[in-house]
Design a protein around this ligand. Structure first.
Ligand code: FES
Ligand SMILES: [Fe+2]
Length: 360
């Protein structure tokens, strides 16, 4: 019998490469507040964002071109980002417009420029184009038709710091079969005779997405969902979607009621990923007290779920998913994970031979 020790698993980790030339979700829109700088730890470094006079998000590297100071302790005045060290000011395009200590006859050096990223706001999320070879966006942010009839409830926005790489937090976020086991406390427990085989479990794979739909199998529901879900009812199902490179979308439907979350997984390092989520639903909008209570319960349950997820994700080995040739033993119900890995291979290893593309 061949066995694989944890150490061998650790040795097969992917190098720390980040997807580029794509739209990243970089945070919930409510985190960007006028008059305040918002720092994002991202891809091993930092970004800084603010809202301009029109309310649009301006996002740049959090590093001054002068002598490398962080802008975090700085401020924004007249839509210009001001460095706290020597007061250099940068406009929305990243060009330095003012250097207080510049002498008469001296002009602003051509290199006095910081990198600014193209942003869009959609689904309660701020998205940023992170370039490598393509300075301009080459595709549209994924359309999510299911959210059309739902409303975002910003009071239920949450954030949680995972102690794991974003490839692991995303796989966790799109894995449809772990909930009955890991989320027994927050969502509900699986009955001893529940059928967890999901025979019609179909995984849809697109160029930048993977999605699936499964029936709800939890039988003893807990917390908020016990008011909403009837385990195993025909009109009750869950959908999971991955949107390249860092967004996951769980959706629950129970009869005519639907609720969904859009999660951005902010990659920082092998061991840290900040997950931020917006919550959406098509009911309970107009009754203020009940709406507030439901938002609060949604946020509380959401955070509890993430804490439970982190309890396993933080110790997974290898820390970074091996997108090709993994030694993990996968079965059919890992279809979403396989779909995710395939998308990642497509963009991170575009020159790899097609013959090996379907291996886990
Ligand atoms: S380091 Fe930013 S102004 Fe000097
Ligand atoms: Fe989970």
């Amino acid at each position: 019998m061949t066995t694989t020790s944890p150490r061998e698993f650790a040795e097969q980790a992917e190098p720390l490469t980040w997807p580029k030339d794509c739209w990243y979700g970089v945070g919930v829109a409510t985190a960007f507040v006028s008059g305040r700088l918002h720092v994002i730890r991202f891809l091993g470094d930092e970004l800084v964002g603010y809202r301009d006079a029109q309310g649009n998000v301006v996002l740049s590297d959090n590093r001054c071109a002068h002598r490398g100071c962080r802008f975090s302790a700085g401020w924004v005045a007249d839509d210009q980002l001001t460095c706290p060290y020597h007061g250099w000011r940068y406009d929305k395009a990243g060009a330095c417009r003012h250097i207080p200590a510049l002498r008469p006859g001296e002009s602003i050096p051509a290199g006095a420029q910081i990198r600014v990223y193209k942003t869009q706001e959609k689904y309660g999320i701020v998205w940023a184009w992170i370039p490598e070879h393509e300075p301009e966006p080459t595709y549209e942010i994924e359309y999510i038709p299911e959210l059309d009839g739902m409303h975002h409830h910003p009071r239920a926005d949450i954030r949680y710091l995972f102690k794991g790489h974003f490839s692991r937090t995303i796989e966790n976020g799109i894995d449809p079969v772990h909930a009955p086991f890991l989320h027994g406390k927050s969502v509900g427990q699986v009955g001893p005779d529940a059928d967890l085989t999901y025979p019609d479990f179909e995984v849809v794979k697109g160029e930048r997405i993977t999605k699936t739909r499964i029936p709800v199998k939890v039988q003893r529901l807990s917390g908020l969902v016990r008011y909403l879900l009837k385990g195993d009812a025909d009109t009750t199902y869950k959908e999971f979607r991955f949107i390249y490179p860092n967004v996951s979308l769980p959706l629950n439907r129970f009869g005519r009621f639907e609720f969904a979350s859009v999660l951005v997984h902010l990659p920082y390092s092998e061991t840290e990923t900040l997950v931020e989520a917006t919550n959406w639903r098509n009911f309970l909008r107009a009754t203020p007290l009940l709406t507030r209570w439901f938002d609060h319960e949604t946020a509380k349950t959401g955070l509890q779920i993430l804490v439970e997820d982190n309890s396993v994700v933080k110790d997974q080995q290898p820390r970074i998913v091996r997108y090709r040739g993994s030694r993990e033993v996968l079965v059919k119900s890992d279809g979403m994970v396989l779909g995710f890995r395939k998308v990642m291979r497509r963009f991170l290893e575009p020159d790899a031979s097609p013959g090996s593309a379907d291996r886990g």
